[in-house]
Design a protein around this ligand. Structure first.
Ligand SMILES: [Zn+2]
Ligand SMILES: [Zn+2]
Length: 231
């Protein structure tokens, strides 16, 4: 009896472990799960354990931590994440927009990302760096992507991955700051209403287009080869 109990305990420990491991980090799943109907998922993918992993940290101060994305969609792919007690819990872009000091915080993120790009990106990729947020986030907490726009990576596997960075589904940091400073209604407009997830998801179905010359490509392998023709 005692033995059975121990075995059961062991088993449940193992189960707990594997469940948390599965939840720990997978940006690869991010786009897919964010596109699932809200009813389907009960918990968000958490970045918490990755944020503490010093092996993948590229920058850290009392307010922000920057880590390598474990499933990079390009040669360089980092995530810049507000952390600590400085901010209320930020889960999505709309949360940061609501903060009274949103522009200040985003400008701080801009300064840090500029520094990270300057320090960590190889010279030929510095000018190709993209900074911004997915309009629908399924990983917690809120994170900003800092990615090189070569998109040469085996982890970039499907049209959703591509369109999540190369359509208006991707909110560029500069655009976000500009729109907030001008206090216009961009984020309430029909083009980009953060409350209308169905509308945002339509960006994923747009045809695959080159991010340099905007010519449509028939599939992802063709597109990846095509990008290499731009130097
Ligand atoms: Zn993301
Ligand atoms: Zn092209």
């Amino acid at each position: 009896m005692k033995r059975l109990q121990t075995n059961l305990e062991k088993k449940s420990k193992q189960l707990k472990l594997s469940a948390s491991a599965a939840k720990a980090f997978s940006s690869d799943e991010e786009v897919n799960s964010s596109l699932a109907t809200p009813k389907k998922f009960t918990s968000f993918l958490s970045l918490e354990s990755s944020m503490k992993d010093e092996k993948i940290q590229v920058f850290k101060n009392e307010k922000f931590v920057c880590i390598k994305d474990k499933y990079p969609k390009a040669k360089i792919h980092f995530l810049l994440i507000p952390h600590g007690d400085t901010f209320p819990k930020l889960l999505k872009v709309a949360d940061i927009i609501k903060l009274p000091k949103s522009v200040e915080i985003l400008k701080e993120m801009k300064d840090i990302s500029d520094k990270i790009i300057n320090d960590k990106f190889p010279d030929d990729l510095k000018k190709k760096a993209l900074c911004g947020f997915h309009s629908i986030q399924s990983m917690q907490p809120l994170h900003m992507h800092i990615i090189s726009s070569d998109f040469q990576s085996d982890c970039l596997k499907n049209k959703k991955h591509w369109n999540s960075f190369n359509t208006d589904y991707f909110i560029k940091l500069g655009d976000l700051i500009q729109n907030l400073e001008e206090e216009n209604d961009y984020f309430k407009s029909d083009k980009f209403n953060l409350n209308k997830q169905d509308l945002l998801k339509k960006y994923m179905d747009l045809p695959l287009k080159c991010n340099v010359c905007h010519v449509e490509q028939k599939n992802l392998p063709t597109l990846k080869r095509h990008i290499l023709t731009h130097k």
